[in-house]
Design a protein around this ligand. Structure first.
Ligand code: KIV
Ligand code: NA
Length: 278
């Protein structure tokens, strides 16, 4: 399959063909999501929450993202990979922004980077695009600013807030962003921004009228324990329960010596496996 590029995404918006995006942080999840036909894989800094066990995304480092992007890239051949620039790896200076994005592209193997913020990062976005690095914007609830925002609140509720979001989206598009993520925004404001922009708007908790939808891998699969229900998430499988049950079965089998059974053991005339993994 041919890897989707930024022009194909714009075409999808124009043709009313919704864009699907899911996060991925490692090799097997990337393989499975690609096999499932996902349009874009996002190596999100939600990595910090769902894989590394942090409270927020702030502790995620550039090395973390590069390392996980590399694993995702090894599992894919036809899916666009976008990777998040972590907290404070952009916006401090133009040089840092460019060199940090370059590591994500060159060492990680991403085709694009995603940055949180609006008008205030437009110059950074412009510099990246000028350097040949496609940028996905991210506005609305921006988790890297959770302490400034004062919590995980729905954005765009007041007229003033809605106007600011629209202005941010327009500035990002002008700066050259090829798409924008809208997170936790009222449906009406998300629809307005989607209509106003020429580039695709991909929503999470942003209602039905965006050009695409993104969910966190572990959310849509309930791949966690305890799992927290979120209003904006639809869960498609309960992998947490499946995994726990399977490991309980293994523990039980070991305790009762039901595993290994005769078919699992080597005798002098047995052959080994062709390969150990994969
Ligand atoms: O890190 C992430 O998973 C994200 C998505 C929620 C858009 O940024
Ligand atoms: Na993110």
């Amino acid at each position: 399959r041919k890897r989707l590029g930024i022009h194909a995404l714009r075409k999808m918006k124009n043709e009313g063909n919704p864009i699907s995006m899911v996060t991925a942080y490692d090799y097997p999840s990337a393989i499975l999501a690609e096999e499932a036909g996902i349009d874009i894989l996002l190596v999100g800094d939600s990595l910090g929450n769902v894989v590394l066990g942090y409270e927020t995304t702030l502790p995620v480092t550039l090395d973390d993202i590069v390392y996980h992007t590399r694993a995702v890239a090894r599992g894919t051949s036809g899916t666009m990979i976008v990777a998040d620039m972590p907290f404070m790896t952009y916006g401090a200076s133009r040089e840092h922004t460019l060199l940090n994005a370059a590591r994500i592209m060159r060492e990680g193997g991403a085709q694009a980077v995603k940055l949180e913020g609006g008008e205030e990062i437009a110059d950074d976005v412009k510099a990246l695009v000028n350097a040949g690095i496609p940028v996905m914007g991210h506005i609305g609830l921006t988790p890297q600013s959770v302490h400034q925002l004062g919590g995980y609140r729905v954005q765009g509720k007041t007229e003033e807030d809605a106007a600011r979001l629209l202005q941010d989206a327009i500035e990002l598009e002008k700066a050259g962003a090829f798409a924008i993520v809208l997170e936790l925004v009222t449906e009406q404001v998300a629809a307005q921004i989607t209509n106003k922009l020429s580039v695709p708007v991909i929503g999470i908790g942003a209602g039905r009228y965006c050009d695409g939808q993104v969910l966190v891998f572990h959310d849509l699969l309930q791949y966690s324990s305890p799992y927290f229900e979120k209003k904006f998430v639809k869960t498609y499988a309960d992998i947490g329960t499946t995994i726990r049950g399977a490991i309980e079965g293994f523990v039980q089998d070991v305790k009762t010596r039901a595993f290994p059974a005769e078919e699992h053991v080597f005798q002098p005339d047995s052959r080994g496996p062709e390969r150990l993994y994969g």
